[in-house]
Unconditional design. Sequence first.
Length: 79
Amino acid sequence: MSQPKDIDALMATNLDSGSSIEETRKNLIAKIGENVSVRRFSSITENDGENIGSYQHGERIAVLVSLKGGEKKIKKKNN
């Protein structure tokens, strides 16, 4: 899968549900009544021997971490 180059390409990307990120964003706005926007993004790729893990703190801050070595179960411990 190619990585999106800009916000427009990112927002046009389809999720596993079949809906685009933009459609999902609009549905979320309608559901919660709050504006939701994507201001910036960065793409990372999991290479051989690396594991990508995620952590979300509250509702506003999320982090992706790329680890070299180790086992996949390490990244899933807190998810």
